[in-house]
Design a protein around this ligand. Structure first.
Ligand SMILES: Cc1ncc(COP(=O)(O)O)c(C=O)c1O
Length: 349
């Protein structure tokens, strides 16, 4: 089947051009570099990229983790801390979150407890008193927070993250998945003090979303000093992919370029709200990410599915308990976004 005419807005990918510096990094890469392992270890660092990230975020290089996408960092941290010893280990994750968290925990026979998010106006909020209660009651080995969360698109504030961290046993590892951060805020200055103050913390980021390089498979994270066992678990003794390192650095140097794309996405998120919120039964949630979540009248599901299929646009019709009346749509180009709005408006006629 030829799918080349389909527009994919279902996996939160990037629909704009690649930063010029990234193109230059790829073009200038000499394949001769692939004939040897990196010699970074002689300088006592993992990679040129981890050093670049360390300088940019003002953290020691030893506290920076690299991985094959945020996915592999998530997988290795969960495997590392949920598979130790003989007893079954436990992780707390948000309801309405990336399905993959639970699946990774199951790979190592970990148990998952879902903590609730509650709908408040145009957002899904974290129920912090309930998280505190569950922390007391369940004594989990790991707590996972996603900010912004997928598929709800809303974030925790720094004060909320601290409030949760202040109520966590120091033995519990806290993972904050920030895959979708940077779309709505560019502050990175809190990372260094946070991992210093909370040594049981791991903050995961990626090049796949804001930096628009999901096909590159490159993620990074910042770990507090209590995650020492994870260091050995995640570090690649023979170094990292030498081309990816260079592309990653070029992407970080292009932060302003990608911020311009994020601003275009922000303005189109407003357009979605302005256009679709007035339609009875529709609700466009606030989003800090590169996607939006829309509630629609459930009886329209087939009609909407047909309308999107006819226009060759693939969106994500949610199918989980509590979100069966929702679609998650990745921000496309301004032209595609207007086309999507038209499809929904026409279906509503
Ligand atoms: C919430 C969340 N975290 C992490 C990821 C990982 O992305 P990647 O492995 O491409 O960095 C995704 C991808 O969609 C995601 O939705």
């Amino acid at each position: 089947m030829d799918n080349s005419n389909l527009i994919y807005l279902d996996r939160n990918e990037y629909n704009f051009e690649v930063a010029p510096l990234v193109e230059v990094a790829i073009r200038n890469f000499s394949p001769i570099e692939f004939t040897h392992y990196t010699r970074c270890f002689q300088k006592g660092i993992k990679s040129e990229l981890s050093q670049y990230i360390a300088d940019m975020y003002n953290v020691p290089e030893k506290n920076v983790v690299l991985g094959y996408g945020g996915e592999s960092i998530l997988k290795s941290v969960i495997h590392c801390f949920l598979s130790q010893g003989h007893r079954q280990r436990k992780i707390l994750i948000p309801t309405y979150s990336w399905w993959y968290y639970k699946s990774i925990a199951e790979e190592v026979n970990g148990t998952t407890t879902l903590y609730p998010l509650y709908e408040d106006g145009y957002e899904f909020k974290y129920n912090i008193p309930e998280i505190k209660r569950l922390l007391q009651e369940e004594k989990p080995d790991m707590l996972l927070l996603a900010s912004p969360n997928n598929p709800t698109g809303n974030s925790l504030t720094l004060d909320e993250i601290k409030e949760i961290l202040n109520n966590v046993d120091p033995q519990t590892i806290v993972v904050v998945d920030e895959a979708y951060t940077l779309f709505n805020q560019r502050d990175i200055s809190y990372i260094s003090p946070l991992i210093t103050e909370y040594p049981n913390l791991l903050i995961i980021r990626t090049f796949s979303k804001f930096y628009g390089l999901p096909g590159l498979r490159l993620g990074y994270a910042f770990m507090g000093n209590s995650l020492k066992p994870f260091d050995g678990f995640s570090t690649m003794y023979l170094g990292f992919n030498r081309l990816s390192e260079k592309i990653g650095i070029a992407a970080l140097q292009s932060t302003d370029f990608y911020a311009e794309k994020a601003a275009i996405m922000r303005s189109d998120k407003e357009l979605y709200k302005k256009s679709l919120n007035p339609i009875p039964g529709f609700k466009v949630y606030n989003s800090d990410a590169n996607f939006i979540l829309i509630k629609y009248p459930f009886e329209w599901k087939e009609k909407l599915q047909e309308a999107f299929a006819k226009e060759n646009i693939v969106v994500k019709f949610m199918n989980e308990e509590g979100l069966r009346s929702h679609i998650r749509i990745t921000l496309g180009t301004p032209v595609t976004n207007r086309q999507v709005i038209k499809i929904i408006e026409n279906a509503a006629l």
